[in-house]
Design a protein around this ligand. Structure first.
Ligand code: AMP
Length: 238
C-alpha cells in the first residue's frame, strides 16, 4: 500500500522489553523512512530452552508507550498461529555460518531466527530492515539470507548500545540479580582488553561466569557467557 504511494518503509523486528538498544534502531528507521513499523513477537522457535522462553520479559504496555513517544507509525504484535499457520513445518536452514558460536550451543536457534525473519520480511515488505550488531552473527546470517533468496530489502546494521559500565543493553539484563548485574560489567571490559581469549575466559570464570565461548574470528572477538541462568552475548571489533 505505502510502496505504491512512493513511500519508503523501515522495519524493526524485536522481541519487546524495549531498551535504548532497540530505540537506536527505531530512531534510524524513523529518520531514514516515511513509515516505520516495529514488531514485537517473542519467537518460540528460536528458544532452545523452555524456561528461557517462559521467563522472557513481556512488559507490553510500557513498550507501546515507548513506541508512541518515538513516532513509530505501526506496531505489529502477531500470535504464534499468525506466524506459524504450518506449525513450523517449513523452515529456513543455513548449513555453515550458523553452526559456529551461538549456533553450536543453541541447537535450532538460528533456524528459528531465520525462519521468523523471512516470514516477517514477507508480511511487512519493508525497504529497509534494522538489526543490531550486538547480535552480530544473527545480523550477518540475515544479511546473507536476504541476498541468497534475492529479497528486495536493505539490511541495515546498527552499532551496539551499552550501559554506562559497558554492558551491552539486552532485555535479558532485567533477569540479573543486583549482584550479578554488578559483576556483568566485567564481561565487556575483559572482552575489550588486549588479553587472549583463553586468558579472558579464565578471568571470567574466576569472577563466577560460566563460559560458552570466547573466540576471535573474522576480525572480531565474540563472547557468550552465563551468570546464573542468564545468558549474555557480546562482540567487539579487533
Ligand atoms: P531482540 O528484541 O533482543 O530480539 O532485539 C531486536 C533487535 O534489537 C535485534 O536486531 C538486536 O540485535 C537489536 N539489539 C538488541 N540489543 C541491542 C543493543 N544493545 N544495541 C544495538 N542493538 C540491539
Amino acid at each position: 500500500m505505502f510502496r505504491s504511494q512512493g513511500k519508503t518503509i523501515g522495519f524493526v523486528p524485536t522481541m519487546g522489553a524495549l531498551h535504548a538498544g532497540h530505540l537506536s534502531l527505531i530512531q534510524s528507521s524513523v529518520k531514514q523512512n516515511d513509515i516505520s513499523i516495529v514488531s514485537i513477537f517473542v519467537n518460540k522457535t528460536q528458544f532452545n530452552e523452555v524456561n528461557d522462553f517462559e521467563n522472557y520479559p513481556k512488559p507490553i504496555e510500557k513498550d507501546v508507550e515507548v513506541l508512541q513517544k518515538n513516532k513509530v507509525d505501526y506496531l505489529y504484535i502477531p500470535e504464534y498461529e499468525d506466524i506459524y499457520p504450518d506449525n513450523y513445518q517449513f523452515r529456513v536452514v543455513e548449513s555453515h555460518d550458523s553452526t559456529f558460536l551461538c549456533g553450536k550451543s543453541r541447537k535450532g536457534h538460528f533456524e528459528g531466527v531465520l525462519t521468523v525473519v523471512m516470514k516477517l520480511l514477507h508480511i511487512i515488505a519493508p525497504d529497509k530492515a534494522y538489526f543490531g550488531e550486538k547480535d552480530y552473527q544473527q545480523y550477518r546470517l540475515i544479511d546473507k539470507m536476504c541476498k541468497a533468496f534475492f529479497l528486495d530489502v536493505d539490511i541495515v546494521p546498527c552499532p551496539t548500545i551499552r550501559e554506562p559500565d559497558g554492558l551491552a543493553m539486552s532485555s535479558r539484563n532485567l533477569l540479573l540479580s543486583e549482584k550479578e548485574r554488578i559483576i556483568a560489567g566485567q564481561f565487556p571490559a575483559l572482552l575489550q582488553s588486549d588479553q587472549t581469549p583463553s586468558e579472558i575466559a579464565a578471568k571470567l570464570e574466576q569472577l563466577g561466569f560460566r563460559i560458552d565461548y570466547i573466540t576471535d574470528t573474522d576480525g572480531r572477538r565474540f563472547g557468550a557467557v552465563y551468570l546464573g541462568n542468564v545468558r549474555l552475548i557480546d562482540n567487539v571489533e579487533l
